[in-house]
Design a protein around this ligand. Structure first.
Ligand code: FAD
Ligand code: EPU
Length: 338
């Protein structure tokens, strides 16, 4: 049975750098730790929180329950023709996984360079950036059912991936703990530079025929220029999702606001750039007490030092209300509230 700790500060375990304590805390280093934990009585008695890197959570109060910190490591690759199936433990740092793949010439995840967090959390919100989503490279994941302790393999079609969505955030929320993820990558790299900013960055780097390492480097450069580094400024990336609206609402808005930034979704609907909506409401770079929005990216809420989760939450409420009053669009939080 893994060691159970009591009254643990969660400050080192959340990238917003918020103060909160967990009543109980346990670190899982092996699948067998998980099996032992799930067969213990406390699993049924306590409120549970599965935590990876804590880069998509906002603690608004102490956590009166058990935090299960996922630290299962290991990366294993098997090639099959031009494909390579790479399995990584839930606790592997996502960007280390990307680095491993880029180094070995396994193509597919290079556009997802520098996303904070762990491999185990990557299917939960179907992480995405720079023209690629996890679902494009996901093969399967192994997850343990919290109530029965049984393991189950989920394939892509079981996961109901959508924009920042999966079955693990919806129907099966709070029911499974992901222990490893298998990705289907390619030994034959076809780089994806379709996302505008990548090509421009490669041009600046004077790279005409990019390899996956170049794409990874370009994405890293763009991200560093736009996003605050959580090791110095607390944040959880985009605080809200980009809202998707129907064509009729879009046409009405576009006629009133011709500069509206939007993208047509493959399955229909228009996705609006929430960062633009928030900036147009005068919030970009605004400092409000200990919190505010990032100077280069209005969609990112930050902790300037000493903020409480409640303060960040109240500020986010103000943004939602203001954007809704001006545009009639209700922003939905991407970050998990606790
Ligand atoms: P956590 O924050 O620990 O957990 C997130 C959720 O997943 C929680 O509900 C948790 O219970 C659940 N969870 C975690 N691990 C498991 C597991 N093993 N099994 C079951 N459930 C689990 N996201 C993007 O999609 N694209 C981006 O470009 C992006 N950029 C970011 C930039 C910055 C600077 C930051 C701070 C965040 C960014 N994010 C981005 C958000 C974040 O990186 C992702 O959501 C990431 O997948 C979170 O991983 P984590 O391990 O930190 O998860
Ligand atoms: N914009 C503004 N003002 C801002 C920010 C953005 O006007 O302050 C407009 C600009 O026109 C810009 C456009 O919005 O061109 C899009 O901005 P950006 O390229 O920075 O992307 P985003 O839509 O704000 C999304 C993801 C990010 C992901 C990037 C790159 C969501 C909620 N966010 O941001 O993911 O890294 O695209 O693909 O979908 C995250 O989920 O935490 C995250 C950081």
């Amino acid at each position: 049975m893994p060691v159970l700790q009591e009254n643990i500060s969660l400050l080192p375990y959340n990238t917003f750098r918020l103060k909160a304590n967990a009543r109980h805390f346990v670190e899982i280093n092996e699948p067998s730790d998980l099996v032992a934990l799930l067969s213990s009585a406390m699993i049924k008695e306590e409120r549970l929180l599965v935590l990876g890197g804590g880069s998509n959570v906002l603690f608004t109060e102490d956590f009166d329950g058990l935090v299960i910190k996922m630290s299962i490591g290991g990366i294993d690759a098997r090639t099959k023709g031009d494909d390579v199936f790479v399995t990584a433990g839930a606790g592997v740092v996502w960007n280390d996984f990307v680095g491993y793949c880029v180094e070995h010439g396994y193509a597919g995840v290079e556009n997802l360079t520098l996303i904070p967090g762990t491999v185990g959390a990557s299917p939960v919100q179907n992480i995405g950036a720079y023209g690629v989503e996890l679902k494009d490279v996901f093969y399967s994941c192994t997850a343990y059912h919290i109530q029965t302790g049984m393991s189950k393999v989920f394939f892509a079609e079981d996961c109901k991936f959508g924009y920042r969505e999966s079955v693990f955030k919806n129907e099966l929320k709070g029911q499974y703990i992901i222990s490893s993820v298998t990705f289907k990558l390619s030994m034959n790299a076809v780089v994806n530079t379709s996302y505008g900013a990548i090509q421009a960055e490669l041009d600046r780097m004077a790279i005409a025929a990019p390899a996956i390492a170049d794409v990874s480097a370009a994405v890293a450069r763009i991200r560093v220029s736009k996003l605050p580094d959580p090791s110095t400024i607390g944040n959880a990336g985009s605080f809200f999702k980009n809202p998707v609206i129907d064509l009729e609402q879009f046409e009405r808005l576009k006629s009133r606001f011709p500069d509206l930034v939007h993208y047509t979704m493959p399955g229909g609907g228009e996705k609006l750039a929430a960062g633009w909506l928030i900036e147009q409401c005068g919030f970009k770079g605004l400092v409000s007490g200990h919190t505010g929005t990032w100077k280069n990216q209005a969609l990112v809420l930050v902790n300037h030092g000493g903020a409480t989760g409640q303060e960040v939450y109240s500020f986010s409420e103000k943004i939602i209300t203001t954007v809704e009053a001006k545009y009639g669009v209700k922003l939905e939080r991407e970050v998990n509230m606790l």
